[in-house]
Design a binder for this molecule. Structure first.
Ligand code: PA5
Length: 444
């Protein structure tokens, strides 16, 4: 269960103002629940947790088992943005920090990501790895035409085709049900395919095959993830001021609109959650940053970044609030020992769990940042598990829809993403862009 604690905002906001924003959030929730708002043809994500059939999970497991039988030990997951960040977030959050370095038999293949940048060095080095390993690939693109994954896929595909007789069985495509270049190629080559539903946008797609297949391949329990998401599907749709998504959406809009807090920093105290920050930034940035409006989403990892960004957050421009992802219990235990010399003067901590220090750092930072003028919201889960991660995905998606509607924004489109692509295609002299190429060259 995801819980929201707004106590860290008490000294900044008036209760009456918060109630006004809860009212606005409840109205927005009605719009989301009834499907009557802008972008309402992209609401498929709302019921993914309760409507995903068991057969889809089994199909993902069939791919896993088929590749296991072939001895595959490296899976290259190709995709960008919404076709990448959810899977990476879940896999990083659930993996052992040192899985790659640990010796011993691995139960699951290593999952690496590509197609999320255009760095030549990255791709060249990926191919160094691919050449040494027994490789398969999952290529994910809803449109089937995005440049970054298309470039990476062309290169990985060529290697697989040159290296393996069963090449087509080592490639899975996740794309539109009917249209797009990737769908056409998959049909032509006989690749196994999964569908990105028409009514689910990229950044809301982690609980479709876009996220589920890579997470299954990496060896994690998507049934538990869907169960956690189901709990939040229900909790976030209830018309109540206690609905956690309503609380979160109401407070962040109040801080933005009434207190001028234009930056929200998602804070985690566990390095495994770094990619939760990346996933969340896309979700909120792409959903809300439109019409010259929106809260700028940033993320940090504490205590690491307290030694880099801490100064600015404590004393820089007062434009931000924090949302801390609070993980109540550590899954592992390390106790600090006693040292007869005590040169580091840490004996006062002897017998304490490291997580106790982390919790005290978290509490101390909360108080310091509140004193420094940074309101703090807390989103808590009991521990880091597939179940709770599923809950967090559904919670943040629901809250994002509510929040954008409070702001008067369509949360489900991304018109601004096209601008750089048009320039890039013109500069690359893509056929069909002749006029834009001429115009852009004149500007340079
Ligand atoms: O949220 C979105 O819609 C985007 O981030 C897309 O997921 C991203 O651009 C990748 O698009 P596609 O899956 O069509 O390759």
């Amino acid at each position: 269960m995801v819980k929201v604690n707004l106590g860290g905002c008490d000294s900044f906001v008036k209760d009456a103002d918060y109630k006004v924003y809860v009212g606005k959030a409840l109205e927005a929730l009605d719009v989301l629940n009834s499907g009557s708002g802008a972008g309402n043809d992209f609401l498929g994500w709302k019921h993914l947790p309760s409507e995903t059939p068991e057969s889809l999970v089994s199909e993902c497991e069939d791919v896993r088992d088929c590749w296991k039988a072939k001895g595959v030990d490296l899976v290259v997951v190709i995709g960008i943005g919404g076709s990448y960040l959810g899977a990476r977030c879940a896999i990083e959050a659930l993996s052992h920090n040192f899985a790659k370095q640990l010796s011993g038999k691995k139960d699951a293949p290593e999952v690496v990501f590509a197609g999320n940048n255009l760095s030549e060095e990255y791709l060249a080095e990926l191919m160094d790895l691919v050449a040494e390993r027994n490789t398969a690939t999952v290529v994910i693109s809803k449109s089937g035409t995005t440049t970054e994954p298309a470039v990476a896929f062309r290169i990985v595909k060529e290697h697989i085709e040159k290296t393996y007789k069963d090449a087509a069985e080592r490639i899975v495509a996740i794309t539109d049900a009917k249209k797009g270049a990737l769908k056409t190629l998959a049909t032509q080559e006989g690749y196994k395919t999964f569908v990105v539903p028409d009514n689910v946008g990229g950044r809301y797609s982690v609980l479709t095959p876009v996220g589920l297949l890579p997470i299954v391949l990496a060896g994690f329990d998507v049934r538990a993830m869907l169960a956690g998401a189901r709990e939040m599907e229900e909790a976030c749709s209830v018309k109540s001021g206690e609905n956690p998504a309503v609380k979160y959406a109401a407070m962040r809009n109040l801080l933005y609109s009434e207190l001028g807090k234009k930056v929200e920093i998602l804070v985690a105290y566990n390095p495994k959650l770094q990619y939760l920050g990346e996933w969340w930034k896309q979700l909120y940035g792409e959903s809300e940053g439109k019409d010259q409006k929106g809260i700028f989403p940033a993320s940090v990892n504490f205590t690491t970044d307290l030694h880099s960004m801490g100064q600015f957050i404590q004393e820089g421009e007062r434009i931000m609030f924090e949302t801390v992802v609070n993980v109540e219990k550590s899954n592992r235990s390390v106790v600090i020992g006693s040292d007869p010399q005590n040169l580091d003067q840490l004996n006062y901590l002897a017998g304490q769990h490291v997580e106790h220090c982390n919790a005290m750092a978290q509490l101390g930072t909360k108080l310091a940042h509140i004193d420094g003028g940074v309101p703090q919201l807390e989103v808590s889960i009991e521990n880091l598990s597939a179940y709770n991660l599923g809950g967090l995905f559904q919670f943040f998606e629901y809250a994002c829809g509510i929040s954008a509607y409070v702001l008067g924004i369509n949360p489900f489109n991304q018109p601004g993403v096209e601008a750089y692509k048009k320039n890039m295609f013109a500069l690359l002299e893509k056929p069909g862009y002749e006029e834009q190429t001429k115009a852009i060259k004149e500007r340079l």
